[in-house]
Ligand binder design. Structure first.
Ligand code: OGA
Ligand code: ZN
Ligand code: ZN
Length: 332
């Protein structure tokens, strides 16, 4: 959703101070509000917009009210759905082809009924070629750990991100196999970062340019490693088309000399990523392996309560070269 200006929001505030509860007519007069400035604006998962005016009153714009204003609604960008495939279909060339083609074209697919066996996610990647090792190993366990070296290994919610933007070559594809997902919370979120970048290029070319040219330093460090790479958030090809995205709030730095131009652009992107219309939420059941393009699709999860039930995912990565190679061989 496009965010209306503070003045429009105050002028149309649906609270009982600004809109008469019975006549449904406006009672606020803009000229009598000397300093129209929202102290905080929040969108919740229902799409409702809450504006705290900082003067003791709060306006809540229900999603239905905003939906009546087509000028404010933007067409959803990117992933509308995630296709699913049964693990048993991978025993056939047709199933393998559908898996890999969907991964390459749609950017994401869920393999259902993956055997609930330790290490299965790597064997899945080995149907393509080799799992790509990183500083987290060839396979990594995603669960709430006592001494985490990574936000993913806590119970915290993870905002949309790409993995390992701090590497010169981040892994192309990621597979996340749910062995157990019984905790409250822990739903998965996905957004098509390249589609969003494309939409941004059309709607706000200057913002796009800032995000495609300002170098952002990414860094992971723990007791064993210190891995750094500096690169703009949006990667473009020679024709200025977005081809990949690097986005990870907890392992990025921002140059202290960054000015409002960068922060404004960065916030525009954040707003698009927080727009429920652009985010697909799904819940992995035990046996589901979420496979996605880590250069194009951002992923995240909602916070979970580790006391409420077990949540254990195993993950690994794969390179595009092998995905394309396997598909070519299947098509021979
Ligand atoms: C990760 C990650 C998502 C999840 O491990 O990189 O984003 O659902 N995990 O726990
Ligand atoms: Zn009001
Ligand atoms: Zn991740």
């Amino acid at each position: 959703m496009k965010l209306p200006s503070s003045r429009w929001l105050r002028d149309n505030c649906p609270c009982t101070k600004c809109l008469h509860p019975i006549t449904q007519e406006r009672t606020v007069t803009l000229i009598d509000v000397p300093d129209v400035r929202a102290a905080a604006v929040n969108t919740d998962s229902s799409g409702a917009l809450t504006v705290d005016w900082g003067d003791g009153h709060i306006g809540v714009f229900p999603a239905e009210l905003l939906a009546e204003r087509p000028e404010l609604t933007t067409a959803p960008v990117g992933l509308a759905t995630v296709l699913r495939l049964d693990y048993s279909e991978l025993d056939t060339a047709v199933g393998m082809q559908r898996w890999l083609e969907t991964l390459l074209t749609q950017g994401a697919i869920v393999v259902e009924h993956t055997p609930n066996v330790d290490g299965e996610v790597v064997r899945l990647a080995e149907r393509i070629g080799y799992a790509r090792p990183t500083n987290f190993g060839t396979i990594f366990d995603v669960r709430s750990k006592p001494d985490p070296n990574n936000s993913a290994y806590t119970a915290a919610g993870l905002d949309l991100h790409t993995d390992l933007p701090n590497w010169a070559g981040p892994p192309d594809f990621q597979f996340l196999h749910a062995l157990a997902n019984e905790a409250t919370g822990g739903d998965s979120t996905l957004a098509d970062g390249v589609a969003i970048a494309n939409a941004l290029r059309v709607s706000e070319p200057k913002t796009f340019e800032v995000l495609a040219t300002t170098p952002v330093p990414f860094r992971f460090h723990d007791s064993d490693d210190d891995i750094r790479f500096t690169c703009p958030i949006i990667q473009t090809d020679a024709g200025d088309n977005p081809v990949a995205i690097r986005f990870n709030n907890w392992i990025r730095d921002i140059d202290p000399s960054a000015d409002d131009t960068f922060y404004d652009a960065y916030m525009v992107l954040w707003r698009m990523l927080r727009d429920p219309a652009n985010v697909l939420t799904l819940r992995l059941a035990a046996g589901d392996t979420l496979c996605f393009d880590n250069r194009r699709i951002l992923h995240g999860r909602t916070e979970f309560d580790p006391q409420s039930g077990r949540r254990h995912l195993q993950g690994c990565y794969a390179d595009r070269d092998m995905v394309e190679s396997r598909l070519r061989k299947l098509l021979l």
